[in-house]
Design a protein around this ligand. Structure first.
Ligand code: PGA
Length: 227
């Protein structure tokens, strides 16, 4: 089973989300046992969640791009795991390098988010870069580490069109395996329809940013992934 995860980041208005979903519903092929995950911006969560109730989209799962490190309570602006109850959220992308860089997330905060996600039955997709794989793993209790998916994303490859050399990806996967155990390994960084099969031959899944924004580009990635 492969994971194809769309991360829309802070893109898209309500109307653009609806249009994307229309195109997706119309053109998606049968993905079999593979899992396509859509991680929309929070305000679009309800539309995407409702749309995924359609029987033909039952293999597409809902993800969030972040989660509060705290439980429900007096944390203005935060979206807690409790807030997500009833929306059928299956995955949470946690510790993305943009969250670390622009919102100053620490390894411990990411670990607290992992704890919140797991306690709500949401699978964490923990993002790591070469520099801190071991430190990030060390902040997460061992019994929780093995329940994560781990996405390796080199900063130089994110949003640049310069996808990471497979050899570098595999070297980092082996560090991830030592630190996290036998977890599903995801690659992210300028994945598109031309390079996705190369990565999927060696990874359990891909995290797709730019190429997930246009529905036809994303469907081309999904189709190429399943060939
Ligand atoms: P990209 O983003 O596909 O635009 O490189 C990937 C990511 O940030 O997860």
């Amino acid at each position: 089973m492969k994971y194809i995860i769309a991360n829309w980041k802070s893109h898209k208005s309500r109307e653009e989300v609806e249009k994307w979903l229309d195109g997706y519903q119309e053109k998606l092929i049968n993905v079999g046992e593979n899992q396509v995950v859509i991680a929309p911006p929070m305000p679009a969560l309800m539309f995407v969640s409702n749309r995924l109730l359609q029987p033909e989209l039952r293999h597409t799962k809902l993800g969030v791009q972040d989660l509060s490190p705290f439980p429900a309570g007096a944390y203005t602006g935060a979206v807690s795991a409790r807030n997500l109850e009833g929306f059928k959220v299956s995955y949470a992308i946690l510790g993305h390098s943009e969250r670390r860089r622009y919102f100053h997330e620490t390894h411990q905060e990411v670990a607290n988010k992992v704890d919140q996600a797991l306690s709500a039955g949401i699978k964490p997709i923990v993002c790591v870069d070469d520099e801190y794989i071991t430190e990030q793993a060390a902040a997460i209790p061992a019994e929780q580490r093995s329940k994560c998916l781990v996405a390796y994303e080199d900063l130089a490859a994110i949003g640049t069109g310069k996808n990471t050399d497979l050899k570098q990806v595999q070297e980092n996967f082996s560090v991830i395996r030592d630190a996290f155990g036998q977890v599903p390994l995801i690659y992210g960084g300028s994945v598109n329809s031309s390079n996705v099969s190369e990565y999927l031959a060696h990874c359990d899944g891909v995290l797709v940013g730019t190429a997930s924004l246009d529905v036809d580009d994303f469907l081309a990635v999904v189709h190429a992934a399943l060939e």
